[in-house]
Design a protein around this ligand. Structure first.
Ligand SMILES: Nc1ncnc2c1ncn2[C@@H]1O[C@H](COP(=O)(O)OP(=O)(O)OP(=O)(O)O)[C@@H](O)[C@H]1O
Length: 362
């Protein structure tokens, strides 16, 4: 296995008596797109700032290509790292902004012009080379800022909420620009965001943080399908969560007793389930079925009253409430719902396979 490009080993950061990042262990591999995600104040930016050398860890070691960098200022490191900033120089035009870092590095005029033009071309903004920054749209500025970061060909690019100021359509376009660029150049991207759609659409791996701690690290698919903690399941918002107590049913199969009923667990979850323990069962909203009549073969089923619906593009989310007051959401395509007489107030039966349920500790 290749040595990680970056490793955080027991890294903590305190500001006075406040701990912003707790004992973090994290490895970042060369060429990967890593997103760090979490709600406001969870320590994402502090983590990025420590990597950039803008903040010194209070504890632990950060290594870059094997070398501790805790006390090594960014300019004296062997591995070039750039912090992508949107703040362009208003007194320089587009190409001068892109050339600026090369000029600072003492690269000659002809060479820096050639390289800057190459990057403007790559970002499809060559036609704006001599425009003033004030004459550009948000998305064009964003591309200039990226060209300016990438022209120095860093090994690592650090990005902190780079798309937050853009409108929804532009955001989606820039996501694919960024992802393609990262793939083509092989530059390691460490990308801080609070947006799930950004993290999940671009990153190879996602780190989910809460209150200065890593809750889960994994591919977007792993995290989406099997959130490992209650926090992650809540944060992603795509799972139904049934808090309860683990137990064995009469035939010895592992089950969970919840306010809305007893539900059987998949075999892999059953192996680690200790009867009597508190836990929550999570079931993705896309894995639940809606029936008007209870099907004879359903293993896990609950009766619930429809309380609302929401349509986004090709999918619909239908909201239900069980007799115990638990809200359940089910996401389906319009075709899948076509034969159901959906109506607010009507009762339905919701089912899922034991294999689609995952346990998270309480
Ligand atoms: N220089 C500082 N002095 C004191 N507290 C700080 C300092 N920098 C950050 N903090 C605190 O540390 C915590 C983590 O901050 P950080 O900026 O890393 O959060 P974040 O996850 O990036 O949040 P956001 O999404 O809002 O930017 C916050 O509670 C913040 O107030």
């Amino acid at each position: 296995m290749q040595e990680p490009l970056v490793s955080f080993e027991g890294v903590a950061k305190r500001f006075g008596s406040y701990t912003a990042v707790q004992k973090m262990d994290l490895q970042i591999h060369k060429g990967e797109f890593l997103a760090i995600m979490g709600s406001s104040g969870c320590g994402k930016t502090t983590t990025l700032r420590m990597l950039a050398g803008l903040e010194a860890p209070s504890e632990g070691i950060i290594r870059l290509a094997g070398r501790p960098i805790n006390d090594l200022p960014s300019w004296s490191r062997d591995t070039p790292m750039v912090w992508q900033s949107l703040a362009l120089f208003p007194f320089l035009n587009v190409i001068e902004n892109v050339e600026f870092a090369l000029k600072m590095r003492g690269i000659g005029r002809a060479e820096r012009r050639r390289r800057a033009e190459q990057w403007l071309d790559r970002m499809q903004i060559a036609e704006f080379a001599s425009r003033n920054i004030g004459q550009l749209s948000g998305g064009q500025r964003q591309r200039v800022a990226l060209a300016r970061s990438l022209v120095v060909e860093p090994d690592i690019l650090l990005l902190d909420e780079p798309l937050s100021a853009l409108d929804a359509a532009l955001k989606v376009r820039m996501q694919s620009v960024l992802k393609n660029l990262q793939r083509e150049t092989g530059i390691t991207f460490v990308y801080v965001t609070h947006s799930q759609s950004e993290a999940f659409s671009m990153a190879d791996r996602v780190v989910i943080m809460s209150r200065g701690k890593i809750e889960q690290i994994g591919t977007p698919q792993e995290i989406y399908r099997t959130p490992r903690t209650r926090f992650v399941a809540d944060f992603l918002g795509s799972s139904n969560i049934f808090p309860g107590q683990l137990q064995q049913d009469r035939s010895g199969r592992a089950a969970i007793a919840t306010a809305s009923g007893h539900f059987l667990l998949a075999e892999d979850a059953a192996a680690s389930a200790m009867p009597g323990q508190s836990a929550s069962l999570t079931v993705l909203d896309t894995r639940m079925q809606i029936h008007l009549q209870p099907p004879a073969d359903a293993v896990n089923m609950v009766e619930a009253r429809m309380i609302g619906e929401e349509f986004v593009g090709a999918t619909a989310t239908i909201y239900f409430e069980t007799g115990a007051g638990q809200e359940i959401r089910v996401q389906k395509s319009h075709e899948e719902l076509a034969d159901l007489p959906l109506a607010v107030g009507r009762s339905f039966h919701l089912s899922w396979l034991p294999a689609d349920g995952h346990l998270v500790p309480e």
